[in-house]
Design a binder for this molecule. Structure first.
Ligand code: HGA
Length: 617
């Protein structure tokens, strides 16, 4: 997704802006740009299609300097990736960067064109530059002009605005897209997330929807929007960012994704830390109202997107089986637009790595609006980013503590989400009086989970050796049963995302109802065979594939009874109980996707067309 960085400093801020853009590269983007107030009355701008490195090169050839500036990585929504469409967009003395979608841009464009403004891009964003320029002619200050301009916008935005005639400030605005203020010793900054600014500060203000902020060298003033539409100066808490800055490098690994796969034993240990008692989950660790909320829960609605949705699908198996609570899981972009029936006592459980996923946030807000009408009893966010919108707007939040995840394809964020969801499941089980012996057994196994994940990561070499075989194929099927079915979906998604091989997942028992028609020697089949109650059934499904010439790659428990042979490759996965198997079996599938992508020489950390924190609808 688009990334915004802005700075007002005591020296040339270009290096800070460029460092910030590099730190936002993980979000996925197609072009980059920067604009600085070079001298009072004079703006300088550079924009390039492609990577931040290309922008850096352009700036070597034609340097820009200034103590006030804005910068942007663009992930196109309106208009193709091109230099003209790259941000910042300018109009007269004004330059603007934007994350989000201005839904009424066509009407505004027509109005501004009728007023004589000339458009040079296809973006929705450009209307904002012209609106501010027009308002400046009749306003007392840049703040007032931006305030009047944003009042005309419908949709979602995070904005950074500079004015050549006001060289000491940047105005920021937030409505529906993330924006933070970084408060430093030698300047003040804006960023789409704190990671962008960690090289200059670890103190942040998380802006709220409706906020406008004036950023100056010495600090900032936030102007909040009251419910009656009036604006007044407000004090927002300055929070210290917790993540270790050093964790943001690639270290010895070729890609962030590989590093993050290898970090999973530690990440999952962090997700468990402080949350397990001797033989139970410490419900209090979920928050002060957690016990009451979980005790009142009659059913759970899990809402998420992409990889997080797969974590939700696994959790449904756990919550229904271990806590006896009905659970439904839905993609956020569907949930938010349909008439959901939420019976009294529904807990809304939102999953998002970033906590800024636009669809998930919209679904949460939709549920919160109905909290008073006897349907939803509350909301719980499982999230990796402290201070994110999802965390702030939910009644309860359970942080996954995965640490910064930079690779666009999610890995450790997923396994830590699953870990957190197992904690929620056991907490629900406890408040409902489930047999404590099984709870205690699962708690003991959870303690051992980081070690198991270490063993799974150690399959790295073996999987690297078999990845080439898959890399030459154009399609693949993934099979699983029970709680491994969503893991098969996640394995297929990972392969699609980073290797661009078309992959689909099916419940193994469903194969003969249609997809079996696809099987021949050109269709490799990846299957998951843990020790569970349906392993015999899965074995029969695998025979059906083999009988039709399909090549099998099976990730199997050593005792599962799956035997290697002609056309059947077996990778033994560390033995584990079937409840935790979805977490353990995820790791070899991540490694498989990774090494197939490396063999196909794709851009593993920033796959084409994809973005990390999906802040647009
Ligand atoms: N709509 C703007 C910004 C897109 C965006 O926020 N992407 O994450 C554009 O297309 O330039």
């Amino acid at each position: 997704m688009c990334g915004i960085v802005a700075a007002v400093g005591t020296d040339n801020v270009l290096p800070i802006l460029m460092e910030g853009l590099k730190r936002l590269e993980y979000r996925g983007y197609d072009s980059a740009g920067v604009a600085l107030v070079q001298a009072p009355g004079r703006l300088g701008r550079a924009r390039e299609v492609g990577k931040v490195a290309a922008l850096e090169q352009a700036l070597v050839a034609a340097p820009l300097t200034g103590m006030t500036g804005i910068a942007h990585t663009r992930w196109a929504t309106h208009g193709k990736p091109s230099q003209d469409n790259a941000h910042p967009h300018m109009s007269g003395r004004v330059a603007v960067v934007h994350n989000g979608i201005i839904e009424n841009h066509l009407a505004l464009r027509a109005e501004l064109m009728a007023d004589g403004f000339v458009f040079t891009s296809e973006t929705d964003t450009e209307v904002m530059a012209h609106l501010v320029e027009r308002e400046l002619q009749r306003s007392d200050s840049l703040l007032q002009a931006v305030e009047r301009a944003v009042a005309r916008l419908e949709g979602a935005y995070a904005l950074g605005v500079i004015d050549a005639e006001a060289p000491d400030r940047v105005i920021g605005a937030r409505q529906g897209s993330p924006l933070v203020v970084g408060v430093g010793d030698h300047g003040c900054y804006l960023g789409s997330d704190p990671l962008a600014l960690l090289s200059v500060t670890d103190r942040f203000i998380y802006l709220e929807d409706g906020d406008l902020v004036v950023v100056n060298q010495g600090g900032c003033t936030v102007h909040g929007l009251a419910p009656d539409g009036t604006r007044q100066e407000v004090v927002r808490e300055v929070m210290r960012f917790e993540h270790d800055d050093l964790a943001v490098g690639k270290g010895e690994f070729a890609h962030y994704m590989l590093k993050e796969i290898h970090e999973q034993p530690v990440a999952v240990a962090n997700a468990l830390e402080g949350r397990l008692g001797a033989d139970r989950v410490l419900i209090e660790a979920l928050g002060p109202q957690a016990r009451e909320l979980l005790a009142d829960t009659r059913q759970v609605h899990i809402v998420a997107c992409g990889t997080s949705y797969h974590a939700g699908l696994v959790a449904r198996y756990w919550i229904e089986e271990l806590a006896g609570v009905p659970c439904q899981v839905e993609i956020a972009s569907e949930y938010r637009y349909r008439q959901v029936v939420a019976p009294p006592g529904t807990l809304f459980l939102a999953l998002s790595q970033s906590g800024e996923t636009a669809d998930t946030l919209a679904a949460l807000r939709h549920a919160r609006r109905r909290q008073g009408d006897d349907a939803y009893i509350g909301s719980l966010a499982v999230c990796n980013v402290p201070g994110s919108s999802l965390v702030r707007e939910s009644d309860l939040s359970l942080m996954t503590h995965a640490g910064p995840e930079i690779g666009v394809a999610s890995t450790k964020a997923f396994t830590t989400q699953l870990t957190a969801l197992m904690l929620v499941t056991l907490a629900l089980r406890q408040v409902r009086g489930g047999d404590p012996e099984l709870t205690a057994r699962l708690v003991h196994r959870l303690r051992y989970l980081p070690t198991l994940l270490g063993d799974a990561v150690a399959l790295d070499e073996e999987i690297r050796g078999i990845a080439d075989g898959l890399a030459s194929h154009r399609h693949a099927l993934f099979l699983g049963r029970g709680s491994q079915m969503p893991i098969a979906m996640e394995g297929a998604l990972k392969l699609k995302e980073i290797s661009y091989i078309h992959a689909e997942a099916y419940a193994a028992g469903e194969l003969k109802h249609g997809p079996l028609a696809l099987i021949d020697e050109t269709m490799p089949v990846v299957a998951l065979a843990p020790m569970d109650d349906v392993r015999e059934k899965l074995n029969s499904n695998l025979q059906e594939v083999r009988a039709r010439g399909g090549e099998l790659l099976v990730f199997a428990d050593p005792e599962s009874g799956v035997v290697a042979g002609e056309g059947v490759t077996v990778v033994n996965v560390p033995a584990c109980c079937h409840y935790l198997a979805p977490i353990v079996y995820t790791v070899p599938l991540q490694l498989l996707a990774y090494y197939v992508a490396v063999a196909r020489d794709t851009d593993v950390d920033q796959p084409r067309n994809l973005a990390k924190s999906v802040t647009v609808e």
